[in-house]
Design a protein around this ligand. Structure first.
Ligand SMILES: Cc1cc2nc3c(=O)[nH]c(=O)nc-3n(C[C@H](O)[C@H](O)[C@H](O)COP(=O)(O)OP(=O)(O)OC[C@H]3O[C@@H](n4cnc5c(N)ncnc54)[C@H](O)[C@@H]3O)c2cc1C
Length: 465
């Protein structure tokens, strides 16, 4: 297949003989698919791959047969104008690469706009590899070390964006997340990057170069960067595109799952606690531990927990949700570093009233009363109070499920990092194919770490395009 087009030249309307042949093949595919023959002639054009990649129906492909096809050639085509795609484009553009970013939504950076409650928690002062989950915990280290929070803060400061530290090193815009999107768009423009919104890539193939096809155009390039994000917030247009593309090229995927997501309680716990919707408390929540286990829990987060109408949320729960899997339990310390039963032991009269007042010193009143009613000690002797103390620090909950991708801040899992160079994010098996951001099996804790991964992995790829 040959391509026509000049660097930075205008779009070219093009209907070559091989296009006509290809569209005839597409027609065949449509016909064959409808007749139930999955192996159609179209497979032949996907060099080295057994299956074509296509999003959208064959019928749609046929609908477009008569439209003119625009072809343009770039050094790199980036799929997805989110945080990772835009940073990657800036870095590549600054190095003189001719880059286009294709975005299915009507505008770039939509998720950035809703992030951090509209103020975008764009990084974290204390970013360490330990703040990330991945099947390979070492994978993110190189990229994170070579594009650090300080690098992104410098970009923010050079663009005169006011920001502040909220808590635990989390940096937010003073004004709005729009500042970050404006900055990224301006940096793209300065670096000569072209962003094309409202562009759904239907399929990608690779012959001597990558070809990304939309309904009306073909984008040819030696390098293709997949920055299409994860599955969270489908109503914002999240799709499985990146995973499907990886599979098309024979790359492994670590099963995606919702992360940083509220947990849904089982029916009994829901009945017992969920009328307390809105009540919150600072707790330490852990997972992978059990009261009978002598091994330390793998993760612990000390932050706020919030009771919702279906279960538990708040930063502590969102954090632990990334480590929870169905059938597992979480342990909640309702009184971190407090000897909650000391006042009961010292009280003149040891009874429920003394216990209530002791617990209400530490927890919101309604939660204290409810929890005590459901965990009332069998007696008021020291042994029973010691057991009550133990339970208050290890309240075991077995969630029924999560609230799913609709409410998940990120998708854990994704492209298996073993498939990529940790320095460049380029596929080891498919030269020229890069994966960055959330589509990769690297998931940050809550607190600006996911954006830092998007910036760091984007920079790693952008600097090697
Ligand atoms: C409500 C919410 C709040 C958040 N707040 C924070 C926060 O404050 N701090 C933080 O660190 N993280 C936060 N996150 C997580 C953070 O937004 C993501 O980790 C980050 O945006 C991932 O960047 P990305 O570029 O990999 O993917 P995305 O930002 O999801 O971008 C992917 C882009 O690819 C486009 N796309 C998908 N398929 C195609 C296709 N076939 N063709 C063309 N384009 C395509 C999508 O439309 C999208 O624009 C938040 C997430 C949510 C949902």
């Amino acid at each position: 297949m040959h391509s026509i087009g000049t660097n930075r030249g205008p779009w070219i309307e093009h209907r070559s003989s091989d296009h006509i042949a290809r569209f005839n093949q597409q027609k065949n595919r449509h016909r064959y698919c409808r007749k139930g023959f999955p192996e159609s002639p179209i497979h032949k054009i996907y060099a080295g791959h057994s299956k074509p990649f296509g999003i959208g129906s064959p019928a749609r492909a046929c609908e477009n047969l008569n439209r003119p096809i625009m072809i343009q050639k770039f050094d790199a085509v980036i799929l997805g104008a989110g945080a990772a795609g835009l940073l990657c484009a800036i870095e590549a553009g600054k190095r003189g690469r001719h880059v286009v970013v294709l975005e299915r939504s009507e505008r770039a950076g939509k998720k950035i706009l809703i992030s951090g409650g509209g103020r975008c928690n764009f990084t974290n002062f204390y970013c360490r590899p330990e703040n990330f989950l991945s099947a390979n915990p070492h994978f993110a280290k190189s990229a994170l070390a070579r594009y650090t929070p300080a690098d992104f803060i410098a970009l923010i400061e050079n663009n005169h964006i006011p920001y502040h530290e909220k808590t635990l090193g989390q940096l937010f815009c003073d004004r709005s997340a729009q500042d970050v999107v404006n900055m990224l768009e301006a940096e793209c423009a300065a670096a000569g990057v072209i962003i094309v919104p409202n562009t759904i890539v239907r399929e990608v193939s690779r012959t001597t170069e990558f070809v990304a096809r939309t309904d009306s155009a073909e984008y040819h390039s030696q390098a293709l960067v997949v920055a299409t994000g994860g599955l969270s917030i489908p109503k914002m247009g999240a799709t499985a595109f990146g995973y499907e593309l990886a599979r098309q090229f024979g790359l492994k995927i670590c099963e995606p799952r919702p992360a940083l997501v509220p947990l849904v309680l089982g029916e009994k716990d829901r009945t017992e606690y969920c009328d307390l919707t809105g009540v919150s408390a600072e707790v330490i929540v852990t997972t992978n531990g059990s009261p009978s286990s002598s091994s330390p829990p793998s993760q612990a987060f000390r932050e706020k927990m919030l009771i919702t109408h279906r279960g538990l949320s708040g930063p502590a729960i969102l954090q632990i949700s990334s480590y929870w899997s169905k059938g597992g339990t979480i342990l909640i310390d309702l009184a971190p570093e407090r000897d909650v039963t000391a006042p009961i032991r010292e009280a003149g009269v040891r009874n429920m009233a003394a216990a209530r007042s002791a617990f209400q010193e530490i927890l919101p009143k309604r939660l204290a009363s409810r929890w005590l009613d459901l965990h009332a000690p069998s007696a008021w002797n020291n042994q029973a109070l010691a057991e009550l103390e133990r339970l208050a620090h290890k309240w075991i909950i077995e969630p029924a499920s999560t609230e799913g991708y609709e409410k998940a801040e990120v998708t854990a899992g994704g492209l298996d990092s073993d498939e990529l160079s940790s320095k460049t994010m380029e596929s080891r098996k498919v030269p020229g194919l890069f994966f960055i951001g959330e589509v990769v099996d690297v998931t940050g804790h809550l607190g600006g770490f996911n954006f830092q991964w998007a910036w760091s992995s984007g920079a790693a790829a952008g600097r090697s395009l």
